[in-house]
Design a protein around this ligand. Structure first.
Ligand code: IDP
Ligand code: MG
Length: 160
């Protein structure tokens, strides 16, 4: 049942989703949030935020050394981003499917990048690539106390 499953917190993953500066500038915040909301995942963190360079570098530390790394850091710090944490069973992989391929020209229609973007360097949204990175990134972008523990009223209508 939902009541017993919700206590098995090890089944519930966290993913860090971010509307990048191009998504904010293009007025796509509502559209992007709406796709995760309609799917049925639980929002536990949300803020508009100007990312400092040090945080962008920590977030993308695995890409340090790539030719596009300096412009990636400039891009992510070029204006406000919308930071989110979404939770649910299987949320990390499912969110990556909703987002689509890194290169928007290869992303399937129906995905966020497939519908709303054309270039890898302006691909409007970030999503964590593993449950481990989901937790790491949620903790990196949000302070303790910024995330909300709550039970959406729709929960029993989403999960039997
Ligand atoms: P992902 O965002 O789909 O997980 P990653 O390979 O983790 O893709 O790369 C992180 C971000 O770095 C991408 O979303 C994109 O903004 C940027 N990026 C990756 N590859 C390139 C590239 O070849 N040119 C420009 N930007 C890139
Ligand atoms: Mg990635």
């Amino acid at each position: 049942s939902y009541a017993s499953r919700k206590n098995l917190s090890e089944q519930v993953d966290q993913t860090y989703i971010m509307v990048k500066p191009d998504g904010v500038q293009r007025g796509l915040v509502g559209e992007i949030i709406s796709r995760f909301e309609r799917k049925g995942f639980k929002l536990t963190g949300l803020k508009l935020f100007q990312c400092p360079k040090e945080l962008a570098e920590e977030h993308y530390k695995d890409l340090k050394g790539k030719p596009f790394y300096p412009t990636l850091i400039d891009y992510i710090t070029s204006g406000p981003v919308v930071c989110m944490v979404w939770e649910g069973v299987g949320v990390v992989a499912s969110a990556r499917k909703l987002i689509g391929s890194t290169n928007p020209l290869q992303a399937e229609p129906g995905t966020i990048r497939g519908d709303l973007a054309v270039q890898t360097g302006r691909n409007v949204v970030h999503g964590s690539d593993s449950p481990e990175n989901g937790r790491r990134e949620a903790a990196l972008w949000f302070k303790e106390g910024e995330l909300c523990e709550w039970t959406p009223a729709q929960a029993p209508w989403l999960m039997e």
